[in-house]
Ligand binder design. Structure first.
Ligand SMILES: Nc1ncnc2c1ncn2[C@@H]1O[C@H](COP(=O)(O)OP(=O)(O)OP(=O)(O)O)[C@@H](O)[C@H]1O
Ligand SMILES: [Mg+2]
Length: 321
């Protein structure tokens, strides 16, 4: 599906490091104004994907588009649209915070009154006013992250790509940065990676999960966590029934969404979300018979985003049913 409104589009992105395929055919779209959480275990390929989206790393195959511009064809135009907080934000330790931000403004060619105004707003939003005279190297991790966020915003980009913006922060700082991100999300498109699952539920419209370099889920946090009041039914069909299963399941009354989890030893697993108060198990059984699906298992379960994450990234199936 081609969406001309997409702010970001990853088209079959691949990255090989020698013989290791770190990112494998990852495709997704992010619409203007969305806040998307990027999840995955250590080494899943999150940072590598983000580096390809921001033009800091060339894909081995596939392409990344930002506001319709191919990042590989015109990395400078793409970078103008993007604010990037890299993992372990590289900052100049022996510079004062104020000087560092002015230096970033020089590089970004933000001058005159606009610079003054912009830096004032950013410093207020990121809570930097009291530390502008400190050396970057003396800052605590939380304040380093704030400076990292501030430098990403100096050119007022439409899109923020934030690699673990809350990593290493204390719980109070996490809440503050999360609120800042939520506020930014009202006017900007944001892609952030994190290992903190409640953060995703608090801040994101959508969640992309990658595991072993592959995209394994792209859905709303509600859909992935079962927190929208409806239950989840786990449906297993024989793999040769899988292609017919998704539309059949989606058409059953009381079903609000269907996610393909993939093939497991006992068959192809689908996660079927039920509308609040609905129990469509009997209707699923009847629809399966009517459409010739070979149903192997069908049961209701209670799930959390953590369960879904574990199921999709380790193959372990958590069930509290
Ligand atoms: N510069 C590099 N050279 C070789 N291999 C690399 C390089 N950078 C990353 N990798 C490998 O690519 C894979 C994906 O790494 P990446 O840093 O993208 O993961 P991640 O999802 O960001 O993990 P984390 O949660 O630990 O930050 C890993 O196997 C990693 O070892
Ligand atoms: Mg990383």
């Amino acid at each position: 599906m081609v969406n001309s409104q997409a702010m970001v589009e990853a088209r079959s992105l691949c990255k090989d490091y020698g013989a290791n395929r770190a990112v494998d055919e990852v495709s997704f779209q992010v619409s203007r104004g969305e806040v998307v959480g990027f999840l995955g275990p250590n080494g899943a390929g999150k940072s590598t994907t983000m580096k390809m989206l921001t033009g800091y790393l060339n894909p081995t195959a596939g392409s990344a588009l930002v506001a319709g511009v191919d990042v590989g064809d015109d990395p400078i135009a793409a970078k103008r649209r993007i604010g990037y907080l890299p993992e372990n934000a590289p900052l100049y330790d022996d510079m004062m915070v104020a000087d560092f931000l002015n230096y970033v403004a020089d590089v970004r060619a933000v001058d005159g009154d606009l610079r003054k105004q912009r830096l004032q707003t950013i410093c207020r939003r990121c809570g930097l006013d009291d530390i502008l005279g400190k050396n970057v190297g003396q800052l605590s991790k939380g304040y380093r992250q704030r400076v990292g966020l501030a430098q990403a915003m100096v050119h007022d980009p439409d899109l923020l790509i934030l690699d673990e913006p809350t990593s290493g922060l204390d719980p109070n700082q996490i809440v503050e940065i999360r609120e800042l991100i939520r506020e930014l999300g009202r006017e900007k498109t944001v892609i952030l990676s994190t290992h903190i699952l409640p953060e995703v539920q608090a801040s994101c419209d959508r969640v992309i999960i990658i595991s072993g370099g592959k995209l394994v889920a792209d859905d709303t946090p509600e859909m992935l966590s079962g927190s929208d009041g409806g239950a989840v039914v786990r449906v297993v069909v024989r793999p040769d029934s899988a292609s017919a299963a998704e539309p059949t399941l989606a058409a059953v009354g009381g079903v609000s969404g269907v996610t393909s989890v993939g093939v497991e030893p006992d068959g192809h697993v689908f996660r079927v979300r039920c509308a609040p108060g609905e129990d469509p198990r009997e209707a699923i059984f009847r629809a399966a018979v009517e459409h010739g699906l070979v149903l192997i298992d069908l049961h209701r379960e209670r799930v959390s985003l953590e369960d879904t994450f574990r199921e999709l990234t380790t193959g372990e199936v958590q069930s509290h049913a």
